[in-house]
Design a protein around this ligand. Sequence first.
Ligand SMILES: [Zn+2]
Length: 301
Amino acid sequence: MIEDIYTIEVPFRGTYRLQRLRFGQGGPRLVVVGGLHGNELNSVYALNLLAGALRAQAPVGTVDLIPMANAFGIEEGNKLGPFDDQDLNQCFPGDADGTAMQRVAHALFQASCADVCVDLHSGSILVEELPQVRLSTHGDGHELARSLGLPLVWRRQPRPGNRNQLVDCWRAAGCTAFRITGGRGASLDKRVGASVADSLRRLMGAMGMSRPPAPNPVLADVTDERMVALRCGTGGFFVPEVAVAERVEAGNLLGRIVAPVGGATLEEVRAPCSGMVVTSRLYPMVHAQELLLRLVVLDGG
Ligand SMILES: [Zn+2]
């Protein structure tokens, strides 16, 4: 059943609708939100796949899907909310009397606190991310996060700048909360969408809500200390020599920064340690100190 949980009349293009698909009833309750960032669309596809599975087999308990939180941003490929150029994921827990995006955030937050809450993203439009689940080192849910069977489980220290993000507000309200990301913004990666949908069905299995698909191995389960960010020393045109999910050894050439005109090599990017590529810059024009790659140090690495 599709229902409007909040609407705003907009003077120039009809009604903004915050829509929810509900499956089942009673507890436990799982809520999955997608499309907070309007240019991250793998979540929309993943939640449509999951909705298809839930239509075929109703869950034990309740599954609520909110696939297009920033619907107008999605319509125009805008990460931010076109009402007021605010990042919806910096507006939580929201304000019923605030700006348009703060009111949307308030309604979404009120409708989404559940036993387990998941917020879906893609990489930015500049990078590709290996499908991964991120959770706080200060929260619970580590075993549930592993049950997703995504290649990477990243337990992160709380970041002060994330205080108004949905996942942090869910956690502050006592919910078990995860953020899943994968693929690249402003595009659809069907494989990533399918793997996220399958991971959510595994999560439902671990919560006793349905029969899960086959398990999938977690390749890396790490904290911040095992994540190595590589940034460029100089600006230029980044030509990668590796891709997401590739294993590398210390000293391997990972890419080059070359002159945009003429192609002279300005900088070689080499692996400081062995590991697996989990983030890769795909948009090639870079400025000094921008993120090029993230490596995860594997067990025994
Ligand atoms: Zn995002």
